[in-house]
Every structure is written in structure tokens, then in C-alpha cells.
Ligand binder design. Structure first.
Ligand code: GLN
Length: 250
């Protein structure tokens, strides 16, 4: 279990995602509510990726191998940093995978920010055939020797070839789920304008309205506007519309 979220909308302080809500990402790091798939807390690192302004089309990324709550500078930085497009994640490392800064989401390249919540069954042998489709360059430049970093390499190769966000995620989930049945593959991807997400083994909720959309592993508060995204769905959204395609992996 990791916890992750994407916010798209008018620029707002990062603290409104991390610290201010009663069940913001900092709270989810030490008191997550939906712990299917194992794990108890998300203390093995965190990451923030945010687009600072429309003039700077590339996101800024800050990752750490420490628990989010232990970064004493972060509350003030998050209150002073505003953005209209954010991906944030806290990590609970899967057994056998290293706790390093580079294993924490978001994984990033150009305008893209990516996160994986779950694990690939039988890693790494189960996905040898899937990885064989990647250029060797992509394999030797993996961020970390983890399942999430390989998933990112598979996603990134398709994005670079011009694949749309949603189709790219569903293709990669289809490939990996076939090669490694029983995997948990909740994926989250944004280019700063839209967000795509897959539910495959873990929770996800969405809240949209007033020109904003927020997609998160767990609702940040008890407000009535949150709705759960059904299992085996592909969500594609921007601040003006949310589309959920259900049952596409069953
Ligand atoms: N398997 C991934 C990792 O170890 C994601 C873990 C998770 O979702 N808890 O980084």
C-alpha cells in the first residue's frame, strides 16, 4: 500500500493537499484507512511533483526516502508553494524492494508525473517477457530496482511514442496483469492538464467540481462530494470533466 493523489485546478498551496485536510496525505502516511494488500503505514519515503506556473511547462519534483511527517521544513514550504497541477505520494516499500529516494513516486520525465500503488506478483521474473519489449537504454536507466520503476519505463516508452495518457495506462496494466496474475496495479499519471488513473487492486476516490478535480487513494475529508472509483476502472479527467470506464480489465 502506498497512497497517492493528483490535483488539477486553480493554483492552491500544496499544504491543502498534504497538511490542512483532516485526512490529508500527511495523515494518510501514518494513519491510512484502507490497507488492503498489506502494510500498516507509509513511512518509506514520499514525493511531490508540481507545475509551478504556466510559463514553466515542466514540473518540479521533490522526493525523499524519509517519512513525510519527519521533514520539518515541509509544512512551511508546502504553505508557501502554490500550484494548479500536483501529484503527491507516500510510500510503503514492498518487501525486498529498497528504501531509496529514487524509488519514491512521482517518477517523472518531461511533462509527465507517474505513481504506482501496489506490487507486481513474482517480481522480477514474472515480467521478464514484458520488459524485453523495452529498449536496453530504458532498462539501464531505471530510477530504482523496483516494480514501480519498471512500470514507469513501460508507461514512459508509450508516452514518448505519442500514446494518450489513459490508453497508455490501460495497455500497460493489461500486459503486466497477463504476465503476473494477482498483481496490484493502481496507476496515476498526469501531464499537468489532465489525469489518468487505473484501479486494479487498491482503493481510489475522486472529487470534482468548481473547476477542480482531485483523485486520491483515500478521501482527504468526510465531504459528500467524494465518490469511490470502482475496481478495474480507467479514470480520465481534467478540471471540467471526469470520465470513468468501468470493468475494462475483468
Ligand atoms: N511496489 C511499490 C514499491 O515498493 C509500491 C508499493 C506500494 O504501493 N505500497 O515501491
Amino acid at each position: 500500500m502506498c497512497r497517492h493523489l493528483v490535483y488539477l485546478g486553480p493554483p492552491a498551496p500544496l499544504s491543502r493537499l498534504l497538511f490542512d485536510p483532516p485526512h490529508g496525505l500527511e495523515h494518510q502516511s501514518w494513519a491510512p484507512r484502507d490497507m488492503r494488500g498489506g502494510g500498516t503505514i507509509n513511512a518509506d519515503g514520499f514525493g511531490l511533483g508540481w507545475f509551478p506556473s504556466a510559463d514553466l511547462p515542466q514540473p518540479v519534483v521533490y522526493r525523499s526516502a524519509r517519512p513525510l511527517w519527519s521533514d520539518l521544513a515541509l509544512p512551511a514550504l508546502a504553505a508557501a508553494t502554490t500550484s494548479g497541477a500536483v501529484l503527491a505520494a507516500v510510500r510503503s516499500a514492498t518487501a525486498g524492494m529498497p528504501v531509496t529516494e529514487s524509488a519514491a513516486a512521482p517518477f517523472h520525465d518531461g511533462p509527465w508525473l507517474f505513481s504506482h500503488n501496489g506490487r507486481v506478483t513474482g517480481w522480477p521474473d514474472s515480467v521478464t517477457g514484458v520488459a524485453a519489449g523495452l529498449p536496453v537504454r530504458d532498462l539501464i536507466t531505471l530510477d530504482a530496482p523496483t516494480d514501480s520503476a519498471l512500470l514507469w519505463a513501460l508507461v514512459r516508452a508509450r508516452l514518448r511514442a505519442g500514446g494518450p495518457l489513459g490508453d497508455t495506462l490501460s495497455q500497460v496494466v493489461g500486459l503486466v496483469a497477463a504476465a503476473a496474475p494477482g498483481s496490484r496495479l493502481n496507476l496515476l499519471l498526469t501531464d499537468g492538464r489532465s489525469v489518468a488513473a487505473v484501479t486494479y487492486g487498491h482503493a481510489l476516490s475522486v472529487r470534482a467540481g468548481d473547476g477542480t478535480v482531485l483523485v486520491a487513494s483515500e478521501p482527504l475529508d468526510d465531504g459528500p462530494a467524494w465518490r469511490p472509483v470502482p475496481e478495474h476502472s480507467l479514470l480520465v479527467a481534467d478540471p471540467s470533466a471526469v470520465h470513468i470506464s468501468e470493468g475494462i480489465f475483468s
